[in-house]
Ligand binder design. Structure first.
Ligand SMILES: NC(=O)c1ccc[n+]([C@@H]2O[C@H](COP(=O)([O-])OP(=O)(O)OC[C@H]3O[C@@H](n4cnc5c(N)ncnc54)[C@H](O)[C@@H]3O)[C@@H](O)[C@H]2O)c1
Ligand SMILES: O=C(O)[C@H](O)COP(=O)(O)O
Length: 527
């Protein structure tokens, strides 16, 4: 039974999928401190949060069973991604579910700041009938600058056109074609700051975007510009904004997010007559909360059940067509790795993976992760497809991927070479129609082996009688041979024998095998 801890008031309707799952037990808690989470997290396989819970290295360190942290929303700045990756914990988010909610809040904020609705409301309910102070501006014919043209920024740009606004956009990944399709003119941050009547930001908070709008940008702005931030606190320099308003450059601002949340009681935005504030409500609609909770629940179930998933934040996304093409090979790739990992002595210095045939048509990176995971699994605990490449890198292990279009006798071939300072071992596998996964090459020897169960890999000199000696020794010790294959390059030269056995060969039997004078090596492998 998997235990899932759900924090931060995530929608019950959205996580119904988890309640309904027969293999999942859900517990809901709110407002736990870091210490309280550290004390209980070892019981859980999955943790679901919004932005309120900070998922720190300490929490993940204590989460000995933790497989996945699910963020019911977009921003993962409350989750220590590096710590998760190191521990092989998958971090997933729900990037699409709250786009429209946040886009619509952006317009609510834009209208609020254009017409001073919150300020007018406050006076009206206070008993004043003040129609002179609140003369606003229209959006029509105004220039809107959108910094960050991802999901939310693009939706904002589309709707701004309906208000009759001219839209200028900046995003390092916005192509001219896409900008043209959206009816957006491209500009630099400074050009947009100089030209816009309204500026809205929709980027993540990164080292590059921190204080992207600060004193120098405010100094470029038109008198009367208005600023909206429904993305992340810190993208706009809060103190520089207050100065720009007080200097008469900026006419007003609307902020849903703060550099520190919740802001201190004496934060200059609170009670400022020209600044509208909300408590991080961008995603707070019934629809968005249901959407993100459904998305994250589906992914959590996939991860807990070892099924493929798509929205991992600490792994590159895998497009559906790539996943479809590679998925049948994941198990084979891992088995090739597990096989090789058990056949090598001494530290591995390089892994060379060669893909040939149809597999060369897609990005094979996800499959490489399975291979590397399999190789490392023999040496390291807790290795999985999230941390496999990271662990390989931190151990100075070079992973080289090659592709060759000719697959020789096979439609597809995955060939893996493991190199240490002393030796080199090659293993190749394929999927054979009607037969499934097969290992088809060990070093220079062609073989045909199903990669599962117990195997004995024996290196020997090609001498008459050796097969009988091995068979007798195993038989005398109750180890039944299921299949046997022998390969050699030249008569009387070095050769290999691969046996599949119905049970593990005991260590003492293996030791006696190795003492046979014709044998150079014997290893028990479990796949
Ligand atoms: N207020 C809320 O409750 C709320 C709700 C949802 C999302 N958000 C936040 O809104 C932001 C945008 O969300 P999204 O779903 O559109 O994300 P997204 O990933 O689709 O878009 C972000 C865009 O920012 C661009 N970008 C990155 N660095 C940039 C830079 N230096 N200059 C300009 N553009 C840059 C990226 O290329 C990307 O296109 C995120 O920070 C997210 O956390 C806030
Ligand atoms: O990044 C997000 O998705 C938003 O900031 C929403 O955060 P929330 O789920 O805490 O409302």
């Amino acid at each position: 039974m998997y235990k899932v801890l759900v924090m931060d008031g995530i929608s019950d309707m959205g996580i119904q999928l988890l309640y309904d799952a027969p293999d999942v037990e859900v517990e809901k808690k709110n407002g736990l401190s870091e210490d309280e989470l550290v004390a209980i997290i070892a019981d859980y396989d999955a943790l679901l949060v919004r932005s309120a819970t900070k998922v720190t290295e300490r929490i993940m360190g204590a989460g000995s069973k933790l497989k996945v942290v699910g963020r019911a929303g977009v921003g993962v700045d409350n989750i220590d991604l590096e710590a998760a990756t190191k521990r092989g914990i998958v971090v997933i988010n729900a990037p699409d579910g709250n786009t429209i909610a946040t886009c619509e809040l952006t317009f609510a904020m834009m209208m609020s700041v254009a017409r001073m609705i919150p300020q007018a409301y406050k006076k009206t309910v206070g008993g004043e009938w003040d129609r002179k102070t609140f003369v606003g501006v229209e959006l029509r014919n105004k220039v809107l600058g959108v910094l960050g043209m991802g999901r939310i920024g693009s939706e904002v740009a589309k709707r701004a056109k309906a208000f009759g606004m001219e839209v200028l956009g900046y995003d390092p990944f916005l192509t001219e074609e896409r900008a043209e399709k959206l009816g957006v003119k491209l500009g630099t941050v400074n050009e947009i700051c100089a030209a816009a009547d309204f500026i809205t930001v929709h980027t993540p908070l990164t080292n590059e975007t921190r204080h992207m709008i600060s004193k120098p940008q405010f100094e470029l702005m038109k008198k009367g510009a208005r600023i909206i931030n429904c993305a992340r606190g810190g993208i706009i320099d809060e103190m520089a904004l207050v100065e720009a308003i007080d200097a008469g450059i900026v006419a007003g601002a609307a902020f849903d997010v703060f550099e520190k949340e919740p802001p201190a009681a004496d934060h200059p935005f609170l009670n400022h007559p020209k600044i509208v504030v909300t408590p991080h409500l961008g995603a707070s609609t019934v629809e968005a909360q249901e959407n993100v909770a459904i998305d994250v629940s589906e992914e959590v179930l996939h991860i807990l059940r070892d099924q493929p998933f798509k929205n991992a934040v600490n792994m590159p996304p895998v497009p559906a067509n790539v996943l479809n093409a590679l998925q049948p090979y994941f198990n084979l790739g891992e088995k090739l790795g597990v096989f090789l990992g058990q056949t090598i002595d001494g530290p591995v210095s390089e892994i060379v993976v060669n893909y040939s045939g149809d597999l060369t048509d897609v990005d094979t990176t996800p499959l490489t992760r399975y291979i590397v995971k399999g190789i490392l699994a023999n040496q390291l605990e807790g290795v999985n497809i999230v941390n496999a490449m990271h662990l390989a890198k931190t151990r100075g292990l070079n992973v080289v991927v090659q592709k060759s279009s000719a697959a020789k006798s096979f439609t597809n071939l995955v060939s893996v070479t493991l190199k240490t300072k002393q030796e080199e071992r090659v293993l190749a596998g394929t999927l054979l129609s009607g037969y499934g996964e097969r290992i088809v090459q060990i070093d220079q020897y062609p073989v045909d082996i199903a990669p599962s169960g117990h195997l004995l890999l024996i290196s020997h000199n090609d001498k008459p009688g050796i097969i009988g000696k091995v068979g007798t020794l195993l038989g005398d010790n109750g180890v039944n041979i299921a299949t046997m294959q022998v390969g050699r390059k030249v008569v009387g030269g070095s050769a290999i024998m691969v046996l599949t056995t119905d049970k593990e060969t005991p260590k003492e039997v293996l030791d006696r095998l190795i003492q046979l004078p014709e044998l150079t090596n014997a290893r028990e492998l479990t796949l």
